[in-house]
Write a protein that binds this ligand. Sequence first.
Ligand code: AMP
Length: 525
Amino acid sequence: MTAPQGKSVGIDLGTTNSVVAVIDRDGAPRILTTEEGSTLLPSLVWFSPDGPVIGENARAGLDHSPDVTIFGSKRLLGRRFDHPEIRKLARILPYELTEAPNGDTWIQLSAGRAVSPEEVSALILRELRRIAERHFGGAPVTRAVITIPAWYDAAQRQATKDAAQIAGLEVMRLLSEPTAAALGHGAQRGADRRYLVCDLGGGTFDVAAVDVDAGVFEVLSTTGDAFLGGDDVDRAIVENLVRDVRQSRGLDVSTDAIAIERLRLGAQRAKHELSQHATTKMHIAELAQLPSGKAVEYSRTMRRDELELWASPLVKRLEAPVKEALRRCGRKREEVEEVLLVGGMTRMPAIRKELARIVGREPSVIPNPEEVVAIGAALEVARLDGTIEGVLLIDVAARGLSMSAGNGDCEMVIAQSSVVPTREHRLLATRQDEQVRIEFDLWEGESPEAANNRHLGRYAVVDLPPAPAGDVLVLVEVTVDTDGTVRLGATELVSSERLTLEQIFHAGLSRAEVTRLQRQLAEAS
Ligand code: AMP
């Protein structure tokens, strides 16, 4: 007897907030609410002494234990520790980043304890799963469509899948966020159009050209700035507030993690208020403590024009990715038929105005820019389950892949923007007599120089039949799935026998580690 299949959900696993949606029995998408009644679950995990606290309740941790309260972990997922942007983040985050043995970025919670961003994301996914299970009256939820930025590389995609597996969710498909946005916006109901989706969330800015034609959704090009989002605006405000505190109170709080965190929360609240009003009052009852133990209070009026001035260097960075997305699909801005603004930050008037200027038209106002992506994910669940017909999603590889053997140059295997799934082959030959293994490297990027590409892994084809040099030919097969995840296979050309591939090094968690963490989390539930 096969186990009964669990329920499926659509998930937007966001940098700042995450959202879970389902399709109701009447076929309408529905956003589920947290226990607090919110449609958004803050993507926040506080590793409290009593165990991890997720979502709204973890905000308490931000205030008094910022070193073990993890926000924005999506920015770390699948990233190498030596990435320049990670180096930059490491300097400003209130929690400590550390390098895992394989070069990945992990989070150091205490002297003896580090967690991977996959584990943090898994805790958020498990919470979303619980929200959905409550909605389904306790029925198990076991499968999900999870949205990801369109430009996510193979390591980031795999890391997302690993996080889902740790949380006990089988990924039906990773769906790119702009496609999900177009789908959620109602594009499946016959609104054939050439869309440009601009998504500015907490951590990233993504732009994608998405064509919808007779139910076929096609991402033509994607670009973005992986390190431009609301968190950066918050940080810009905090820097200015720190200066203000120094000037007005003669107090330097720049190295006081708790004061900085309180300013960050105040800054975020003020930023939201200033999307509606021209001024707002900020009040922090206890910003810091003087050596005498006396609490320092901080209050200040903030104006929209001040915010716009502080955020202007960031706002200026919106233009390049938009132009690049159009250039890559060979389209002029006049040829775009509808511009969709997605992500919480597009509520900020200065952002809307700048994007309208860049695209030369008024973008569509989506009433729920934070929810539309999850709705798209739920619709994709329905499509995969066969409840919605006549919709086809075509995605492209966000980046090219290259291979190199020995110390040789990289050779491109799969070109950027190839329609996925796709499969290519490369032939490797032995170079010595009796050679029993051939090692090769897989890179993300198309440059012949390894230094310009990202190292995805080193592999070895083993147990080759003994023969003179050059007589054993191995066909390596590189597959990029609909998800954008990469699979490898190898065949010996003469005998057509499948060969064993060993992983010598690869980015992300090992299979064994994922299984162990999955078991551990299930036991803790
Ligand atoms: P998302 O990742 O789409 O949930 O977007 C989160 C980002 O949007 C965070 O930086 C929020 O501070 C920001 N945000 C949410 N609501 C508003 C608002 N009303 N005005 C300005 N920014 C907002």
